[in-house]
Design a protein around this ligand. Structure first.
Ligand SMILES: Nc1ncnc2c1ncn2[C@@H]1O[C@H](COP(=O)(O)OP(=O)(O)OP(=O)(O)O)[C@@H](O)[C@H]1O
Ligand SMILES: [Mg+2]
Length: 445
């Protein structure tokens, strides 16, 4: 291999020099190995030193100014494609013997166009809010691009906090239904009647409290997409009604006889192993087959750690903006902790951790002490690991707070969420994760 220096502009444009493995001095003085008759350069301007196939450029003593790829440089190891400005001459350093500047430029242009093409194609295909560059997330984007234009029912599986709802919204946004509503229904609602009326609507007087006719969410979503979150929690009676919606695209309001038709696309999500539940008859098999037309499983965060810094930086920007605190990023120690943790709560847990760090921290960079303590209790963080007494006590306190608010709210689930100052969806999640559903049911009578 014989690296070369091509003069690509200036007085000696077109000339090239094969670089020997020795010291090459460059300057206007005739004693230099490479003499440039240029009043703009020093007598002994710079040196290129070759050793073991590597070439280093440096100013010679007080020598003249150097710029590599447009940036001033005093010393630098040259890499293939570097452009070196010495006075009025611009040199191109090519490390591979066979290449000419024209080949090199063509190759660079092809690479640039290919990259731009790939970016444009990806951007043109899917519009989504998902941050991540891991192969697993790219595969999910590819999936969204493929299924969005179809009307197929989609089942999104994956652990809590992996972004299932984000994917459902992206599918809707990239579909022909984008201009119509996206309606989310949480199937983990406490009572069957509440969920039934929320989904299908009701006729006036169909049950105590039904003072007027009400359209359900399936009706409100006409022409759009219905997202059935936590489908695995749906009670069997409603599973049967939903099956009919999927098969015949029609249903009746609670207490009604007139049939309502709705043009819907169904996307369902679950963090359970629905295939196994269907096998064990814990979930209707026929409904499972109807839902499982195309399926995607969201990868847990611990299986795509490369996305952690990207996501963390994204959340830092988001919450710093929201709290008007100028936080630039993560300290190396905080970043290491984020990379080393198992993230049983996935992206949601990471998002919450960063939000907390921005609220509690006081420095320009997030420090390890700004992060939640759970991130430092490695043994407790693995899913299924027994809970430490401290966490057990915290969970018990959460359970009691929910039960108390539920009683005070007279069994109204929405009121219960309001009293606790929680978003209803978050209350659903807590109820599921803390396993208090049966206790609430017993209280609701
Ligand atoms: N790839 C991602 N990029 C940016 N934000 C993300 C990503 N994945 C998830 N999030 C954020 O993490 C949070 C949890 O995501 P989402 O609600 O979609 O998860 P989920 O799988 O539906 O969780 P659950 O089963 O607990 O409902 C949301 O605030 C979401 O915006
Ligand atoms: Mg969700």
């Amino acid at each position: 291999m014989n690296p070369r220096l091509f003069a690509i502009s200036g007085l000696i444009e077109g000339a090239f020099f094969i670089l020997p493995e020795q010291e090459i001095t460059i300057g206007s003085d005739p004693a230099n190995l490479l003499v440039l008759d240029d009043p703009a350069i020093a007598s002994f301007h710079c040196i290129i030193q070759g050793q073991d196939g590597e070439f280093h450029l440096r100013r010679s003593g007080a020598g003249g100014a150097l710029a590599v790829n447009g940036l001033s440089a005093d010393e630098r190891a040259l890499v293939h494609g570097d452009e070196i400005r010495i006075g009025g001459t611009l040199f191109l350093y090519l490390a591979y013997e066979a290449e000419t500047p024209a080949d090199f430029r063509l190759q660079r242009e092809i690479e640039r166009l290919e990259l731009e093409n790939r970016r444009l194609q990806a951007a043109a295909h899917v519009d989504h809010d998902m941050v991540g560059d891991s192969p697993a997330i790219r595969a999910v984007c590819q999936f969204i691009a493929q299924v969005a234009p179809t009307d197929s029912t989609v089942l999104i599986c994956g652990e809590s906090g992996t972004g299932k709802e984000l994917v459902a919204r992206a599918i809707h946004r990239n579909s022909r239904r984008a201009g119509k509503p996206f309606v989310a229904i949480n199937c983990a609602a406490i009572t069957e009647t509440l969920l039934e009326s929320e989904m299908f609507g009701h006729e006036k007087g169909s049950f105590t409290g039904a003072v007027a006719q009400k359209r359900g969410k399936l009706e409100a979503a006409d022409g759009g997409t219905v997202f059935l979150d936590e489908i695995g929690e749906m009670v069997p009676a409603l599973q049967a009604k939903l099956l009919r919606v999927l098969q015949e695209h029609e249903f009746e309001r609670v207490g009604g006889t007139c049939t309502v038709c709705s043009d819907l696309r169904i996307i369902a999500a679950t963090n359970r192993d629905l295939a196994d539940e269907a096998r064990r008859s814990a979930f209707r098999q026929d409904l499972y087959y109807r839902l499982n037309v195309v399926r995607v499983t969201m990868p847990p965060l611990r299986d795509r750690r490369a996305d952690i810094p990207l996501l963390a930086q994204y959340f830092v920007r988001k919450f710093a903006r929201r709290s008007s605190r100028p936080v630039a990023g993560l300290s190396p120690e905080a970043r290491d902790r984020l990379m080393g943790y198992d993230w049983p709560g996935n992206v949601r847990e990471l998002e919450n951790s960063i939000e907390r760090a921005i609220v509690l921290g006081s420095t320009e960079f997030i420090l390890p002490e700004d992060l939640p303590e759970t991130l430092f209790e490695e043994a407790d963080s693995r899913p299924g690991a027994p809970l430490a007494p401290f966490h057990e006590a915290v969970n018990e306190a959460k359970k009691q707070a929910i039960l108390r608010a539920f009683d005070q709210a007279g069994g109204s689930y929405t009121e219960c969420a309001r009293r606790l100052g929680l978003h209803p969806n978050y209350l659903h999640r807590l109820i599921r994760n803390l396993d208090v559903k049966d206790a609430l049911k017993a209280r609701a009578g």
